[in-house]
Design a protein around this ligand. Structure first.
Ligand SMILES: *[C@@H]1O[C@H](CO)[C@@H](O)[C@H](O)[C@H]1NC(C)=O
Ligand SMILES: *[C@@H]1O[C@H](CO)[C@@H](O)[C@H](O)[C@H]1NC(C)=O
Ligand SMILES: *[C@@H]1O[C@H](CO)[C@@H](O)[C@H](O)[C@H]1NC(C)=O
Ligand SMILES: *[C@@H]1O[C@H](CO)[C@@H](O)[C@H](O)[C@H]1NC(C)=O
Ligand SMILES: *[C@@H]1O[C@H](CO)[C@@H](O)[C@H](O)[C@H]1NC(C)=O
Length: 404
């Protein structure tokens, strides 16, 4: 599936696009009060390393978008931040994490079982290092170095070089792509280390090689959840596809905004295709009410708001970067579904139980990552809206692909 890069829109098409966007989801899909409730609930129930790493990323994107990798001015971040630009919630997570980390642990979270999940906190640790007030303190920097060194030197690897998702055996999980490559890429962009950027890219490539169904007749281009090792989940788990697409999206944005952007064009083009094939295939299975099923291609499974939110968030992000708008109507539709699935006190209903993978959250239970995905969705929607409202217009050339 080849994404159309740089498709340009003329002024009239742009007004149409904006008009139908705002008509279908409103100019502000979630109020700031609602978002604050979603955030507080998320922080209250997020306990595991990847939940906190995802929460930290969502808070940065939502409250300080200019510090996230989706901003063209992401590299380098300012060395000092004033109060309004300080991602306080993100840095709270970082400080608490490092206070709890035993000095002997190379990873940001000790004894996790997963080789990958603690690294999800790494981007936030690096941002805290870069912007810290005490420039003599090595606290953040040495923690980030330890985490990187564990991934590169200690974690098990496949023969082809893929870093394992698990610490005690080689196993591929689609979740890995959100936890590890964005951290390695961010590290590389900050250090102007092209090899690290390429390592992040190669991990995405190797995970795609491992998790896409091998048989083109039987398979669809979305990814299986877990392969190799002591157990498998061969289903095309929707959340796993969301992790993969959203993780590659962060790597793509990091490449694009790094000092190596113009050199690493082939890698960016491949990442665009790999994200796009997941998005396009997923939306083919979208229900009329906007939802995706917990197993993308199995309509007998329940619908899941978590994955629907994450895949919609990623759709807005890709469209904002590439100006290829063909999947935006599906994302708008999904966003309306998420608006309807959010209670007024800020809980996302209808989530998959993120620890069981294949059953809905029990009555009264909520999904920490699902809460974060609502924030990512809001941030992605806003970035897309900014592009449609303010992005460059090339008069008279091209048209909106797919229309809205
Ligand atoms: C967090 O959860 C606890 C226990 O469920 C509850 O008592 C408390 O009010 C919650 N705090 C916030 C800020 O929502
Ligand atoms: C905070 O810093 C940013 C970036 O340097 C700047 O754009 C913004 O105006 C500053 N805000 C205040 C209140 O000083
Ligand atoms: C995190 O810790 C650093 C170093 O002690 C401190 O300067 C900073 O204010 C803390 N940030 C938050 C949000 O607690
Ligand atoms: C931490 O920040 C300093 C700049 O203050 C930088 O020189 C150092 O390389 C950073 N550490 C990491 C691991 O990025
Ligand atoms: C960033 O990505 C866009 C969309 O794919 C592309 O047109 C542009 O050339 C990229 N910029 C760099 C510096 O690679």
């Amino acid at each position: 599936m080849v994404a159309v890069l740089n498709s340009v829109i003329n002024g009239a098409a742009k007004l149409n696009l904006l008009g139908s966007l705002l008509a279908s989801v409103g100019s502000e899909p979630f109020s700031s009060v609602t978002l604050a409730r979603v955030r507080d609930n998320m922080l209250n129930i997020s306990k595991a390393s990847w939940e906190l790493g995802t929460a930290a990323q969502a808070l940065t994107e939502l409250y300080t978008p200019s510090l996230s990798v989706f901003s063209p001015s992401a590299f380098p971040p300012p060395s000092t931040l004033n109060a309004s630009w300080t991602p306080t919630h993100t840095f709270n997570i970082v400080n608490t994490t490092l206070r709890n980390k035993p000095a002997s642990s190379k990873t940001l979270w000790a004894n996790q079982g997963s080789a990958a999940d603690p690294a999800s906190l790494g981007t936030a640790v690096l941002l805290a290092n870069w912007t810290r007030t005490d420039k003599r303190s090595p606290w953040y920097s040495s923690a980030a170095q330890g985490q990187l060194s564990y991934l590169l030197n200690d974690a098990p690897r496949s023969r082809a070089g893929a870093i394992s998702h698990r610490a005690n055996e080689v196993q591929f999980w689609s979740d890995f792509v959100y936890m590890v490559p964005p951290f390695i890429a961010y590290y590389g962009a900050l250090q102007s280390d092209k090899d690290l950027l390429l390592e992040a890219y190669n991990q995405c490539r190797l995970y795609r090689d491992a998790l896409q169904d091998p048989s083109p007749q039987l398979g669809i281009p979305t990814w299986r959840h877990i392969v190799q090792g002591s157990f498998q989940d061969n289903t095309h788990w929707a959340t796993g596809n969301g992790w993969a697409a959203a993780g590659m999206m962060r790597v793509l944005a990091t490449f694009n905004h790094s000092s190596f952007g113009s050199e690493l064009r082939k890698e960016q083009a491949n990442l665009v295709d790999w994200i796009d094939e997941i998005l396009v295939t997923s939306w083919k299975y979208q229900e009329p009410n906007g939802a995706l099923h917990n197993v993308i291609n199995d309509p007998t499974t329940f619908t899941d708001t978590s994955a629907t939110a994450l895949i919609a968030a990623t759709t807005y992000r890709l469209a904002a970067l590439t100006r290829d708008f063909k999947s935006v109507p599906s994302a708008n539709h999904a966003l309306s579904f998420i608006q309807r699935s959010l209670t007024s006190d800020g809980w996302l209903q209808g989530t998959v139980d993120p620890l069981k993978f294949h059953s809905p959250s029990a009555r009264g239970e909520h999904s920490p990552e699902g809460q974060a995905f609502v924030l990512l969705l809001d941030a992605g929607f806003r970035a897309f809206k900014d592009v449609v409202e303010g992005g460059p217009v090339v008069e008279g050339s091209g048209a909106v692909r797919g229309g809205l």
